[in-house]
Design a protein around this ligand. Structure first.
Ligand code: AMP
Length: 196
């Protein structure tokens, strides 16, 4: 048995860190569209050149481009189970993902929603900007990404909620404590980890 998971939360909610921990416990790959774009930009690929200005400005890469990248990644042999981070990010991408998963007879098992107040995410991103110097962590791009999260990404929860797969997790606290909250919620759904 494997797990098909999505982790959602505003920038600075800690979803990258928590997603990596959860994926390791389930023995599934993290599929992060942000990481895929950053790798391509770093390596100077054609895709990287196409998306750099968009990601630097904090705008969304066109849905067709993003959805195709995710389909390709999920079609690889190691992705029967997976943890999606950063995709879907709007309702059109939810439809693309639903269609792809239905085509292989699958659906998401759980959507982990990491809830963090706006002020807390801004503090955390500002801290990360100082530590990592990500090119899209400028004040302007961060503000744009947060507002896109609120207007375009938060509404995807309304699509998943009626399916009964959303776990709302308090994202404030110690890292281990938050991981524990997520693991308990997933265990309550009968999603057993590889180590269990
Ligand atoms: P992230 O690391 O998830 O914050 O993503 C960094 C940037 O990559 C975003 O600000 C977008 O420009 C782009 N990006 C990542 N995921 C998506 C997506 N699902 N749809 C469109 N653009 C995306």
């Amino acid at each position: 048995m494997t797990a098909r998971l999505l982790i959602v939360g505003p920038q600075g909610s800690g979803k990258g860190t928590q997603g990596a921990r959860i994926a390791a416990s389930y023995g599934i790959p993290v599929v992060s569209t942000g990481d895929i774009f950053r790798d391509n930009i770093k390596n100077g690929t054609e895709l990287g050149r196409k998306v750099q200005a968009i990601t630097d400005a904090g705008d969304l890469v066109p849905d067709e481009v993003t959805s195709e990248i995710v389909r390709d990644r999920l079609s690889q042999g190691d992705a029967e189970g997976f943890l999606l981070d950063g995709y879907p990010r709007n309702t059109a991408q939810v439809a693309h993902l639903d269609e792809y998963l239905a085509g292989r007879g699958d659906e998401l098992d759980a959507v982990i929603l990491l809830e963090v107040p706006r002020e807390e995410s801004i503090t955390r991103i500002t801290q990360r900007a100082a530590e990592q110097g990500r090119s899209d962590d400028t004040e302007e791009a961060v503000a744009k990404r947060l507002s896109i999260y609120e207007s375009e990404t938060a509404p995807i929860i309304d699509l998943y909620e009626p399916r009964g797969i959303v776990d709302r997790i308090d994202g404030v606290g110690e890292l281990d404590e938050i991981t524990e909250r997520i693991m308990s919620a997933l265990a309550a759904r009968g999603l057993a980890t590889v180590a269990a």
